[in-house]
Design a protein around this ligand. Structure first.
Ligand code: SF4
Length: 340
């Protein structure tokens, strides 16, 4: 099977008319065009390092509201992508956009140019949360956009946020459930980060918003993750892509950011699964052997073996051995209890 890779091209929506309170995208009045020459160079440079025979290559136009940019620019970028598909250099395209920038006309344009996957910034399915966060669209618009994408034959990826002002665990579980029910093939979970130069930073400073701790954010993300898992929806990312300014904290106004939040979330998930699978009574004085997919050995063990040590102590085990087994699903495990 070919390995999937994205060639990510960031298309900033410089004239974005919206005002989401968590967004720090600098507002520039008037129309500003993407730098087409630079985009072409970025694609060519990336293609020089790929192998279409061994890799499934997808050109990914990211940036929040791809289908909301000027129509001529949108058509130019789509045709540019299509020319690479036609020449066999890439396999398909994906993009990310807002729910209110999807309609039948846009769907037709995307389809005819070889778009395969559309990521929608749903963020929440609570209209109250969308209003408080000044998203400028409703949950009904998200549903309509998702269904248009799915019925056109393209893949729909739902992006949602955790810990937004006005949100809670129940609303986030409902959001993950609805994204799944709308036919998502995959999802991304983004815990809210309070960035500098945002309305959210002002709200936090005035005490009108309290950011989640990193542990709370991981626990709430894990709940949404479980919903997607139970619906068979892939979770392709948990947490914002790390950048130098996020990692060193220079973009963060308040609260915490951790580039390992995805790993923390999986660690919580596997600890819960272990507790479900193993009976405390049978463990005392025994050795617990856990077989998991090789990719997940460290998630079961937990950060600095915290899961492993906690389970050994609580269940009075002599030892816990975690082994990789490629026959086991990525989010499953098999447990055996043995004597000394
Ligand atoms: S997050 Fe909101 S304000 Fe920021 S670019 Fe996207 S739509 Fe515009």
């Amino acid at each position: 099977m070919k390995k999937h890779i994205n060639i990510p091209i960031f298309i900033p929506h410089m004239g974005c008319p919206h005002n989401c309170i968590f967004c720090n995208q600098v507002k520039i009045s008037g129309h500003s065009r993407p730098d087409f020459e630079n985009i072409k160079n970025e694609i060519e440079n990336a293609l020089a390092t790929t192998d279409p025979k061994k890799q499934e290559i997808q050109l990914a136009y990211f940036g929040g509201s791809f289908t909301g940019i000027d129509r001529d620019d949108l058509e130019y970028l789509l045709k540019l992508g299509k020319s690479y598909i036609d020449s066999g250099k890439i396999d398909s395209m994906r993009c990310s956009t807002r729910p209110d920038y999807i309609n039948e006309d846009i769907i037709g344009l995307l389809k005819e140019n070889g778009m395969k996957t559309v990521e929608l910034g749903v963020q929440s399915c609570s209209d109250e949360v969308l209003r408080i966060n000044e998203r400028g669209h409703t949950s009904e618009q998200s549903e309509r956009a998702a269904k248009l994408i799915v019925s056109s034959g393209m893949q729909f990826v739902g992006q949602m946020m955790i810990g937004l002002p006005g949100s809670d665990e129940e609303k986030e579980i409902a959001t993950a459930t609805r994204i799944s029910e709308w036919g998502a093939s995959a999802s991304r979970i983004y815990p809210c980060v309070v960035l500098k130069n945002t309305k959210l930073a002002e709200m936090t400073k005035e005490g009108r918003y309290v950011p989640l701790t990193i542990t709370e954010a991981a626990e709430r993300s894990e709940k949404a993750f479980e919903v997607f898992l139970n619906h068979g929806v892939d979770v392709i990312r948990i947490g914002l892509q790390s950048t130098d300014n996020l990692t060193d904290g220079s973009d963060i106004a308040f609260g915490e950011y951790s580039e390992t939040i995805g790993e923390m979330c999986l660690s919580i998930y596997f600890e819960k699964l272990l507790r479900k699978n193993v009976s405390r009574e049978c463990c005392k004085g025994k050795i617990l052997e856990v077989l998991v997919n090789p990719k997940r050995v460290s998630s079961v063990s937990g950060y600095r073996k915290v899961n492993k040590n906690r389970i050994i102590e609580e269940f009075s085990l002599i030892d816990m051995k975690i082994k990789g087994c490629s026959g086991i699903g990525e989010f499953d495990m098999r447990t055996t209890i043995t004597g000394r």
